[in-house]
Design a protein around this ligand. Structure first.
Ligand SMILES: Nc1ncnc2c1ncn2[C@@H]1O[C@H](COP(=O)(O)OP(=O)(O)OP(=O)(O)O)[C@@H](O)[C@H]1O
Length: 472
């Protein structure tokens, strides 16, 4: 062994001068911890006083004996001192002291003189195996708790940062939330269904924020309000001079803008059939070609679509491509209407009250009977309607407590939010009538096509008016 190595062993583990002080019995040093000093031939020179108490060896009964003999008769198994002497190197292992059946972790080190001759072996019992096992158990318990807290923290963080405004208490929304968490980071297409105003866009935005694409763009396209002639260029973009009236510089389409992010196509049921085919191709190939373009552009985006139509029914009627439907319907998220999850009404109302109070610089709270009124409303316009109502009462509230008396007359009556004002300018009252007619037709017919047919207007007009009145 080189001098360098010896020096390592000495300096690494123990102060040499201190050791010689310990070995010298004249110094009468008390060894508080389990420690055994042996000569290079294995003769035990000293053990600490604790040996008797811990292992049943009185000092006199073991000092002078050979470590090799104690190895052979099984007193120590294995005998670390014997191993250190044989291997001339540091040994760290567990050993059993058979007299007491104690299992301990022991460190044994060789001590050499300056010529490299082995002079002593020193062994320390560090901790018992029971202690190690207790430590291990505690460690595993802690590890489990840490894992649990980490998961909870991640969920709370996701909720805090991702939901922003997504409020819910109902079991149905809790189940939806779990599904959102489990699927946010996958590439699978998502189809969100539910009546107008239930929160389909809000859910789509939240999924985007929860996903690994959160730093990328979230591009929302409402297929119902895009004019049929413009929808293709809006979605796919075009090269310069593609058609009369096109910008001379060309235009990047919404789909391309969603690259590395999320593309959210709202009201997917309104897509004309020729665009449905192009969308199907886009989903299959993940490439687009701009109008009048010659090259394919590769894209990487997550597709979420939403509809308040019964798409299966549309497929049956031949109005929606079945192959596209199956491609979109990979993960289905249905948001129930607010009237079917009344547990959500008050948390939502309180959230809107605090948001609008802040926005309008007021400090407001609901009167005791106000929540009951909110819960009894049918909310045909769902969360959007509730949001609008709370905004209105925040604006009109006279005192710090919002009460039924603060409701505008058309809201407090049994006819509900869609009632027509009894007085006021003609244009406003006409609008009210139109709103009532459009929303009533939409509530019964469910689709813009059917509304258009019933009222004798174009589908585009029906879609625009529905969007206008459900957003108001
Ligand atoms: N769970 C919710 N928590 C907080 N705000 C919500 C929640 N759900 C919906 N909202 C709010 O209600 C309003 C309407 O929601 P959203 O636009 O997402 O509905 P939608 O189902 O997409 O409507 P449409 O069918 O008309 O497109 C939005 O202002 C949205 O932020």
């Amino acid at each position: 062994m080189s001098r360098e190595n010896k020096a390592d062993i000495f300096s690494d583990d123990i102060d040499l001068k201190c050791l010689f002080d310990i070995i010298n019995p004249e110094n009468n040093l008390v060894l508080a911890d389990d420690m055994m000093l042996s000569a290079a031939d294995g003769t035990i020179l000293r053990v600490s006083e604790t040996y008797e108490q811990n292992f049943g060896f009185a000092h006199g009964s073991i000092v002078g004996k050979s470590a090799f003999d104690l190895e052979a008769d099984g007193t120590f198994s294995p005998c670390i001192t014997a191993r250190v002497i044989r291997e001339r190197s540091k040994v760290i292992t567990t050993q059993t002291i058979n007299r007491t059946h104690k299992n301990v972790m022991t460190v044994g080190i060789p001590l050499f003189d300056s010529r490299g001759t082995l002079k002593y072996a020193v062994c320390f019992n560090t901790v018992s195996m029971e202690q190690i096992n207790t430590i291990l158990r505690n460690y595993h318990d802690l590890q489990e708790s840490v894992e649990q807290y980490t998961a909870e923290l991640a969920e709370l963080r996701t909720r805090a940062t991702a939901t922003g405004k997504l409020v819910f208490r109902s079991p149905a929304m809790q189940r939806l939330w779990t599904l959102m968490q489990n699927t946010a980071n996958t590439k699978a297409n998502i189809l969100i269904t539910g009546e107008t105003g239930v929160g389909k866009s809000a859910v789509a935005k939240t999924i985007h924020k929860m996903s690994g694409r959160a730093d990328g763009p979230f591009i929302e396209v409402n297929c119902a309000v895009l004019h049929e002639n413009l929808i293709e260029s809006e979605l796919f973009g075009y090269e310069k001079g593609a058609f009369t009236g096109a910008s001379s510089a060309g235009k990047i389409g919404k789909i391309e803008l969603a690259n590395h992010g999320t593309l959210f196509l709202d009201e997917i049921g309104e897509l004309p059939t020729h665009i449905q085919s192009k969308l199907l191709q886009l989903i299959q190939e993940k490439t687009i070609e701009r109008l009048s373009g010659t090259k394919k552009i590769e894209l990487d985006f997550r597709l979420i679509v939403a509809t308040n139509r019964d798409l299966e029914e549309e497929v049956r009627k031949g109005l929606f491509r079945s192959d596209l439907f199956y491609r979109l319907n990979v993960i289905r998220m249905h948001i129930p209407p607010l009237r079917e999850r009344t547990e959500d009404i008050l948390p939502l109302a309180h959230q809107f009250l605090s948001r609008f109070s802040q926005e309008y610089g007021k400090t407001l709270s609901f009167s005791p009977r106000f929540p009951g009124f909110l819960e009894s409303c049918p909310w045909p316009g769902n969360v959007r309607e509730l949001e609008n109502l709370v905004e209105r009462v925040v604006i009109t509230a006279q005192g710090p407590i919002v009460d039924l008396t603060d409701l505008p007359p058309e809201l407090s009556g049994p006819a509900g939010p869609q009632a027509v004002q009894a007085a006021g300018p003609l244009s406003r009252r006409m609008d009210d009538y139109e709103r009532q007619i459009i929303l009533d037709s939409y509530a019964r017919n469910k689709t813009t096509v059917a509304v258009a047919k019933e009222l004798g207007i174009s589908q585009a007009t029906a879609a625009r008016k529905i969007a206008k009145y459900t957003r108001e």
